[in-house]
Ligand binder design. Structure first.
Ligand SMILES: *Cc1c(COP(=O)(O)O)cnc(C)c1O
Length: 319
C-alpha cells in the first residue's frame, strides 16, 4: 500500500525529536498483571512535554516547515492537548501560534495554552466548523495550518511513542492505542507493524464517538455529530484522509469503552501507580483490562496518551 506517511518518516521524526521530546517511562503494574493474567507495559505519555503525546507530532510538523513559514507562524484548532503542543513547540521554534479552541474546552487546557504564549480564538463546537474558521484565519494572517491529526508530519511524530515502547520492551503481542482522529493510531501502526510484523494493534474510542469503528466496518470515513463524552481528546467527528487508509489497512480492530469504564480507570492509576491519567488517556487501558479481547498470557503494550485534567473534576472522579 502507498500511504502519505511511512515508517521511514517515523524514523526521521525520531531523529528530530531526540533530546527535544521526553523519552517517557514505561511502567509495569503487578496489580494489572494479576487482575488480567497478562503482562502490561504502560507507555506514559502523560509525562511528555505539555502532558500528552501531541508534543511529538506538533514539534515534528513545525520542524519540517521552511524557515520562512516558521517565521510567519502557525495556526491550529484543538480541544486542548494539540493546542498546548503547538503552543509550546512553536515557542521552542520562536514561531507565532494562533489556536482555535472550543468555548467549552477544559479551563486547565486554555490556561496552559495561553501560558505558552499562544493567541487564542474561541468558537462554539456545536454550531461552528473549526476547519473553516482555521482556513479563513490562516489566509488572513499568512499562518501555516497544522491540524491535530490529519497531517503526514503530525502522524510521523506521533508514531515515535510506539517506536520507543517497542524498542524498550521488545516483542509485544498486542498494542492498545487511544483513537480520536487517528494521528496517534496511524503513527503507532506504522511503527508497530514495521518493527513487529506479527503484533496485533487495537484502536480504542469512546462509545459515544465510535465513528472510527463505523468507518472501519463500512470501509469509508463516517462523519458523526460532536459526541458528548468525558474523553474530550477523542471527541472527534471523523477520521482523516491521511489517517484512515493507514488504519483501514493495518489495524486489527477498533474497540469502544464507556465513560463509566474510563472513570473507573482513574482511581486505579492514581492509587496503584501514583499517576494522573486524563479520561482520554485511559481509553486503551480500559479496553485492554475490561473488554472482551482475550489477553491472558499475552504481552500487552498500552499507550497512556495524556494526563491533563481539571483537578477538581479529577478529585470527584477518584473520590
Ligand atoms: C489527541 C488525543 C488523543 C487522540 O489522538 P488522535 O491522534 O486524534 O487519534 C488521545 N489521547 C489524548 C490524551 C489526546 O490528547
Amino acid at each position: 500500500m502507498n500511504y502519505s506517511v511511512t515508517y521511514k518518516d517515523v524514523e526521521a521524526a525520531a531523529v528530530r525529536l531526540k533530546d527535544k521530546a521526553i523519552k517517557t517511562p514505561v511502567f509495569t503494574s503487578r496489580t494489572a498483571n494479576e487482575l488480567t493474567k497478562a503482562q502490561f507495559y504502560f507507555k506514559c505519555e502523560n509525562y511528555q512535554h505539555v502532558g500528552a503525546f501531541k508534543f511529538r507530532g506538533a514539534f515534528n510538523a513545525i520542524a519540517c516547515l521552511t524557515a520562512e513559514q516558521r517565521r510567519a507562524g502557525v495556526i491550529t484548532y484543538s480541544s486542548g492537548n494539540h493546542a498546548q503542543a503547538i503552543a509550546y513547540a512553536s515557542k521552542l521554534h520562536n514561531s507565532r501560534a494562533l489556536i482555535i479552541m472550543p468555548k467549552d474546552a477544559p479551563e486547565i487546557k486554555m490556561a496552559a495554552t495561553k501560558g505558552y504564549g499562544a493567541e487564542i480564538y474561541l468558537y462554539d463546537r456545536y454550531t461552528e466548523d473549526r476547519e473553516i474558521i482555521a482556513q479563513q484565519l490562516s489566509k488572513e494572517h499568512g499562518l501555516t495550518l497544522i491540524p491535530p491529526y490529519d497531517h503526514p508530519d503530525v502522524i510521523a511524530g506521533q508514531g515515535t511513542a510506539a517506536k520507543e515502547l517497542i524498542e524498550e520492551v521488545g516483542a509485544l503481542d498486542y498494542l492498545f492505542v487511544p483513537l480520536g482522529g487517528g494521528g496517534l493510531l496511524s503513527g503507532s501502526l506504522l511503527a508497530a507493524k514495521y518493527l513487529l510484523p506479527n503484533i496485533k494493534v487495537f484502536g480504542v474510542e469512546p462509545e459515544a464517538g465510535n465513528d472510527g469503528q463505523q468507518s472501519l466496518r463500512k470501509g469509508e470515513i463516517i462523519h458523526i455529530t460532536a459526541p458528548k463524552t468525558i474523553a474530550d481528546g477523542a471527541a472527534t467527528t471523523h477520521l482523516g484522509q491521511h489517517t484512515f487508509p493507514i488504519i483501514q489497512n493495518l489495524v486489527d480492530d477498533i474497540l469502544t469503552v464507556s465513560d463509566q469504564e474510563l472513570v473507573s480507570m482513574m482511581p486505579f492509576f492514581a492509587e496503584r501507580m501514583k499517576m494522573i491519567v486524563e479520561p482520554t488517556g485511559c481509553l486503551a487501558a480500559a479496553a485492554a483490562m475490561k473488554n472482551n479481547v482475550p489477553i491472558e498470557g499475552k504481552k500487552i503494550g498500552v499507550i497512556l496518551s495524556g494526563g491533563n485534567v481539571d483537578l477538581k473534576q479529577f478529585a470527584k472522579w477518584v473520590g
